[in-house]
Design a protein around this ligand. Sequence first.
Ligand SMILES: [Zn+2]
Length: 391
Amino acid sequence: MANNTLIGRINMDCPICKMFHEVEERERMASVMMKGEKVFYEEHFYVCTNHYKENGETTGGEFKNREFKNGEFKNGEFKNGESKNSEFKNGESKNDGSDNCEFQTADLMNDNQMAARNAYRKAHNLLTSDEIVAVRENYGLTQVEAARLLGWGEATIARYESKAIQDEAYDTMLRILKEDPLRAIAFLDKNSDRFPETKKMQIRTKMVEKLDMYGKELLSRQVFASEYIKFSVPSDFNGYKLLDIDKIESVVSYFAERIADLYKMRLMNLLWYADAVFFKTYSNSMTGLVYRHELMGALPVGHVSLTNLKNINVHVEEDYVASKYHFYPNTTLQTTALSKNETTVLDAIIARFRNYDDPLLVSCIQEEAAYTQTTPGAIIPYSLAKKMRVF
Ligand SMILES: [Zn+2]
């Protein structure tokens, strides 16, 4: 039983001993062939403990190998990839003498199939079934309405939410729907003949609402991203990582939460240290930002649009001579956006520079190879971070 864990107990009609009693629900890692590749997922199953007590052991800990066709399963086609075959009929297992104390109900099998498909989706950077549900519910759409909106067959969304993996092209359209209310409205206009007039107006109102809500955020991101079009392949300039705006927003908020009076010059130099130290350790940057050698240290390309991102919490303080950008944490961001490796690097930088005033921080960066071996205005190659002195 070493390879599986007890999740809970539930009373049910047990198909193994044909009695109503308490059975165990257990969980283990399983694998399945899906679209020609092996996918690992958490599989749940029930164990008849009556049987368990009689025999003193179960084979429930074995690693399971199953084969699904194109990510779709059908009852009866659910085959065990090992030599021992167990057939599933109407949710009951037909025993072959080895798996004879464990079984799955039809519901549990569906959940397992869903878990396997979502594992495949995560590995291929496709939206999971829950994320697909969230995309359409964001606009208050039923499955059929969402399919009509995107110009698809009416059952397509229902299939993707329950039993099939979407193709890349379909995933792209769902992501557009998710991220861009303006293009969602364009989809609605294009397929307007598929909706009754009142329904169409209702959906449109919802989309305009969303556009007001996060359209401005989207626009600010697009402006910033447009400054990185030149850096759209991994290189020594971006630290072999493409611009990651979510990451930048999280890093800025993380610094602002821990450093009092965080102003722009300090933040920009700390961002460089974050990316450079991460690069020195892991050979790729944290945020994908590209930095230039400037008078007061390192300054990211597009720093003005970066500051204007809607998720960056910045207050502009005016005095007689200049505007000062004061950064604060953004409590609405997901705290899970940063990995353990990333927060470890950020914490080290904060510990090192927390008590440095601006001139000291600037002089520190000016002594780095990144600065001494580049000319004013030039892009600082990440490879120079490997020669960093202070970390
Ligand atoms: Zn039983």
